[in-house]
Write a protein that binds this ligand. Sequence first.
Ligand code: 5AD
Ligand code: SF4
Length: 473
Amino acid sequence: MNLPNIKDARKRTDKKVDYKTVWEIKDDTLKNQKFFLKTYGCQMNVHDSEQMRAILENLGMQETDTLEDAKVIVMNTCAIRENAHDKVFGYLGRIKHLKKNHPDIIVALGGCMSQEEGVAKEILQNHPYINIVFGTHNIHELGNLILQANKDKQDIEVTSEEGCVFEGVNYKRDSKITAWVNIMYGCDKFCTYCIVPYTRGKERSRKKEEIIKEVNSLKKSGYKEVTLLGQNVNAYGHDLDEDYDFANLLESVAQTGISRIRFVTSHPWNFTDEMLNVIAKYPNIMPYIHLPLQSGSNKILRLMGRRYTKEEYLKLCQKIKDTIPNVTITTDIIVGFPNETEEDFEDTLDVVEQVKYDGAYTFIYSKREGTPASMMSDETTLEEKENRLQRLNEKINYYSKLSNEKMLNKIEKVLILGVSEKDPLKVYGYTEGMKLVNVLAPRESIGHIIDVKITDAKSFSLDGEEVKKIKQN
Ligand code: 5AD
Ligand code: SF4
């Protein structure tokens, strides 16, 4: 048994990353049985679930969306804020009840929550009906852990090791049009509020050859869009021996000729001019930058350990707008960080007014055990924090609608992904700037990039109709 340890998880040494290849299991003990997979959290988790799904299908199992039908239940959890935690424990209550009548069900808990020191211990003591706890570093072992649990063994395997990079991973992807591609794992930034560097470990870059091979193979299979994934993509390559960074990688990926490339998430601190120039140069790199601000106050940014000032952030946004025509900029903001005063909060509002974001994810600060911010005193009441969040959201929504309204009557290139949820006669897709559009166009357009005239703008989406190309004789 291997339990995570926050001190070990904090360690960063010069030890080089190990590159390993995953293996496939050949065992049909669970063939034709059903599995239920529930995913919480960010894109990284969504993509990890695509790996878990492939592992389960490799055992011959089939997915069900009915919890009660499952022989194996896998929960891929998130630890970023307290409410993510609470949701998981709430759901576990349902599973506990189910298992009373069906003791042969196998329950596996994975993802970021399992990497927290307290959680694995709590599960051992208070949730004995959970058979397996596995972490973000050993997803590849899930198949074996399930087979062992099926032979009546409780298994807690979570490691805090600095980690390695696995290649040869199989994914059962959610989409046949857009795909996630991991370019790096982990984070070394240690922003003081954030649990990710502990749950996901040290920054580890995949080798460029493997990334390009994956993109080429996705392109060959008909994928139109890839999103390069990492907690902090512009740190890509810093741990490799070669002189090759994220700007170089973006350029190589662009040269594969895949139709659309996106990337998340960029840290403002090491966002280079070379990156901007590459984005501006290649039309298949989308003009869309997610650039977390977190706070507009220099005092709070310092307490957060963000390594930039309000002025530097604003300068970067201006440079991005000057270099990339029609760029969309979105952000993440936290309100109510310890010691945030009304004045600090107004600095955040000021940045929102100056940048005029196209959209933002906004959060109330949530204390995460083991992080430096959890030790800071916090006098602000929850009521005050909620009030700040509401004022912030009003401003964000105002600019988001404004930016959508600017698109009225324009012709946009939209990658169509499926039938619209709102209207079965319409399809939906995303513009180059990542705006959601419900489009009047036939279903045959799904999987294609089509020209769309924008006819209506709302706060969070656009309406449009396909512009038919006039055939030239
Ligand atoms: N409390 C609130 N929000 C947080 N985030 C990360 N950690 C916390 C926390 N402890 C937010 C940040 C980050 C996004 C993914 O989640 O804004 O960019
Ligand atoms: Fe967390 Fe900061 Fe790393 Fe983002 S850059 S994952 S906020 S520590």
